[in-house]
Write a protein that binds this ligand. Sequence first.
Ligand code: AMP
Length: 536
Amino acid sequence: MVATGFDLVIGQLLRTPARRNPDQTIHDGEGGVRTYRQFHARIDRLGAALTRLGLGHGATVAVLDWDTPRYLECYFAVPMLGATLHTVNIRLSPEQILYTINHALDDAILCHEDFLPVLLPLLPRITRPVTLILLSDHPDAPLPPGFAGELETLLVAEAPGFTFPDLTEDTRATLFYTTGTTGDPKGVTYSHRQLVLHTLGVVAAFGPVPGVGGIKTDDVYMPITPLFHVHAWGYPYVATFLGLRQVYPGRYEPARLLALLTAHRVTYSHCVPTILAMLLAAPEAATADLSHWKVTIGGAALPEGLAAQARAKGIDIHAGYGMSETCPVICIADMVSSQTSDDIGGRIATGKAAPLVTLRVVDPDLRDVPHDGRTTGEVVARAPWLTQGYLRNDAGTADLWRGGWMHTGDVGHMSPDGTLRITDRLKDVIKSGGEWVSSLALESLTSTVAGVREVAAVGIPDDRWGERPVLVAVIDGDDEVETAIRARLQAAVAAGDLPKWAVPDRTIRVQAIPKTSVGKQDKKVIRQMLATGEIG
Ligand code: AMP
């Protein structure tokens, strides 16, 4: 007898739902539906079609698409061939998209017709030969010159029942680019093993939560984090592994998302705070019943005002924490205590380390700071699913993993019970008179004031104090709102929740807060606008 090892590969995630509930459904935003049985068959055909085009083990296959079930099929078929799925950030500038395609050494590009106006002009500057495949919603769409085919036509031409190759678990599976505040986008990769363990880790973190919290087998899932961004936080793999009914919304328009949430009675989603704020501000939200909806907020801190607004709509909202380099889930709010006490503070706290994750808060010499819920330091992590490095960027990798711990670049503190609270990004900290002011705490407090639609706290240079905090806010209403903001912050000072010197000197009104390509507040741009006098 010879014992057989077992590699953790993405294809394994498909087996359970295919066996248990093959008639469960996956929907697109246009009324299209496929069963898991059909989904599985399409993955086989996609594997066969890509193989016929010479795309197999070691190839890199890029996708530019909206959030569709077709994209989900690529999440499986491409890595199951031993190829790397490059999820292209369609919101980057054309020059940055070109940079990522060239840096990733893409061998093929699957491009939806809506993105042809971006891609076609770039083609002469793509440095390697690429196989081009059109993704179209119209069967008779014209094929642009140089394209190998349209995906649906290629799939129909294949026979059913493709056999994917055996792979080892360390095979690279996915690649996407993170855009920092400086320099070129950085390529972040994950292996099959990491994605499988991340899937199991998320299930282990959410599944055992008693009561209503978490993600369970009777949930209806719809992502509202784009599929190009950190593989939609890994949830499409989780949802497929659990065999959930899934809805892929296409493009993100508030009315459309709300209509899909209601029509499908979606019970679980995840998104960044700004997207949820946009949904709740849409006129259609006033009449939409969202009381069955659970939402995990990540990618930025969950402000108290937004959490309260969501609770008022009956939404079961919790914060999670992670980043592109952490796959991303490493920490989630305590759902047990929020159910027993509906404690908003617990719902918005960054939370507790997910299973198999070690989080530390350290000083610059990598020594733990006291777990007193006050002393801040940098958050560093170890977990089975942290990226092992940036693609072809040794200096960036060495910096990320200095001292054998992954440096998040986030500042926070830890309570004695292990609850982490992020107070800032290292790049965004405001230092006034030598002391750190938590921009996230200022934003969260200000968000609770009626009339404040959105707020960012940033530091501006100050001769006397080095830096002083200011608030940049989108406000509905007149000067009374600013008076109420000052009163709210003074009350926090009186209650001992905020040091006196942390109260911003000014609130600057703006029409809109600049956003990054994934919809988060762009503090670098806000600081630039203040420096140049564009606002202020
Ligand atoms: P990204 O790599 O674009 O996913 O951004 C990750 C960054 O978002 C983290 O490094 C944090 O600065 C921020 N972030 C994510 N989740 C949270 C959270 N729960 N609280 C505060 N900041 C967060």
